[in-house]
Design a protein around this ligand. Structure first.
Ligand code: BG6
Length: 458
């Protein structure tokens, strides 16, 4: 008998008339078709009563607005599209879907819908369509705290085993985040020093110069900690700090990330500073007395042999002076008898710019010409790439369609990340107000040597 094909042979996405589909999914599908990575029926499902022609028109408008529209590629994509209008609670919707995917052995179901509907749709797929080797792709958030994440995972496992669940954290699909892992393990000089004996502190800044972009209602439900710390930031910390995976299998990398997250100490309110930009309360959908944070600075501690005593600081926020995500790994300053100066804190570091462009740089000291052994700072840029032209969504959907789960968040790491932030989620204190365009209350919680603010890349 021929082996089962690995590649998904149909792609279904729920939430086809929604915002995410409009902004991200259609442009991604066109890119996948352009690269020859997608040539299977694509079935959009939503409750908007569109005809197929209206659905195609929506796809076209979406790509023209948010992607790089290409006539020939779009024509090909159009022939793959199908549309089902229906209610997710109605078995008739799923019966129609079964007919549409008829014969598919490994259909991929992408749930670009609110998490409150995950269980209903997963059940509909499993009980009505009963596909044998289905793959389920989910958008964050996976729950809103540890308890709800466990319930959600348990619910989904009634119908889908863990290996067929793909939880998207688009940070894991970013090329610079993968390069972080590559760079760490490909350079022996770095392997030897990547621990508490040499590293003083780590800081990550995820700064966004824009506000909540009209998503006030959504943001009120999450705040910065649920929106980007529990997922993107903690997965980045895991990639930075994990031990070397045992091999290059899908699961070994996920094991290494999960094991690291298990070692991060749960937070308490002393390790967090929350801020809110002035004007947030006036955003549509935001409560006049909202205490939701749009900024957070957090100190994480990792209780394992490698990282004992090394603080990991994470700072995220909206309406900050720049849009950039950057990691700074600082080495411990050491006094040396040869030098006529004390080593400056923070002079020796690795800098990883994770977005919008990609940079890997090394902060050094070099001697100033003259008789004395005194120096100046110099930064060596090892790598500078413009923003990756393959969007994380394309990489991730392509991987899920091949059954490769390496870049997806597994149940254990999602729950471990919730365990870390859980104690601070119900903090009802008033966040510190900050002026848009400033670094917020960064000075209330600072790494040794202070924050290194990301700047416009030269
Ligand atoms: C999303 C958050 O997950 O990530 C947004 O919901 C945030 O609030 C976005 O703006 C940032 O992603 P990126 O790739 O632009 O850094």
């Amino acid at each position: 008998m021929a082996p089962e094909p690995l590649q998904s042979d149909a792609m279904v996405f729920f939430g086809a008339s929604g915002d995410l589909a409009y902004k991200k999914i259609f442009p991604t599908l066109q890119s996948m078709v352009r690269r020859g990575r997608l040539n299977v029926p694509i079935i959009g499902v939503a409750n908007t009563p569109w005809t197929l022609e209206q659905f195609r028109a929506r796809a076209k408008e979406s790509i023209q607005t948010h992607g790089k529209f290409d006539d020939a590629v779009f024509a090909k994509l159009s022939t793959l599209l199908q549309y089902i209008a229906g209610d997710y609670t109605d078995p008739a919707t799923f019966k129609q879907l079964c007919t549409a995917i008829d014969g598919a052995k490994r259909p991929l179901f992408y749930l670009a819908i609110p998490p409150s509907l995950f269980a209903t749709v997963a059940k509909g797929i499993a009980t009505v369509c009963q596909p044998e080797h289905a793959r389920l792709v989910l958008e964050k958030p996976f729950g809103r705290d540890l308890g709800s994440a466990k319930v959600l995972n348990h619910t989904l496992h009634q119908w889908f085993p863990e290996p067929s669940i793909f939880r998207i954290d688009h940070y894991l699909g970013k090329e610079p985040v993968q390069n972080l892992i590559y760079f760490r393990f490909a350079n022996p000089f770095l392997l030897a020093g990547w621990n508490h004996r040499h590293i003083e502190s780590v800081q990550i800044t995820m700064a966004e110069a824009f506000d909540v972009k009209g998503r006030g209602k959504f943001y009120e439900e999450v705040g910065a900690i649920r929106d980007v710390v529990q997922n993107h930031m903690l997965q980045t910390v895991a990639c930075l700090a994990m031990d070397c995976p045992h091999d290059n299998s899908h699961e070994a990398l996920r094991d290494a990330r999960g094991e690291l997250l298990q070692k991060i100490r749960p937070l308490n309110t002393q390790s967090v500073v929350r801020g809110q930009y002035r004007g947030y309360k006036q955003e549509p959908g935001v409560a006049a007395d909202s205490r939701v944070e749009t900024f957070a600075a957090i100190r994480f501690d990792i209780d394992n042999e490698r990282w004992t005593g090394v603080p990991f600081f994470v700072r995220v926020g909206k309406c900050l002076p720049i849009t950039a995500t950057e990691v700074i790994v600082r080495f411990q300053p050491i006094a040396h008898p040869v030098l006529d100066e004390a080593q400056l804190p923070g002079a020796n570091y690795f800098r990883f710019r994770l977005g919008p462009e990609e940079v890997i740089a090394i902060g050094t000291r070099v001697k100033k010409p003259g008789e004395r052994m005194v120096g100046e700072s110099a930064e060596l840029v090892a790598h500078h790439q413009p923003p990756d032209e393959m969007e994380p969504y394309e990489r991730l959907l392509g991987d899920a369609a091949m059954g490769d789960a390496t870049l997806f968040a597994r149940e254990d790491s999602v729950e471990a990340a919730w365990r870390i932030v859980n104690p601070i989620l119900n903090d009802k204190s008033v966040p510190i107000e900050y002026e848009p365009g400033t670094w917020g209350p960064s000075d209330r919680l600072t790494p040794p040597g202070g924050w290194q603010n990301p700047e416009i890349e030269k």
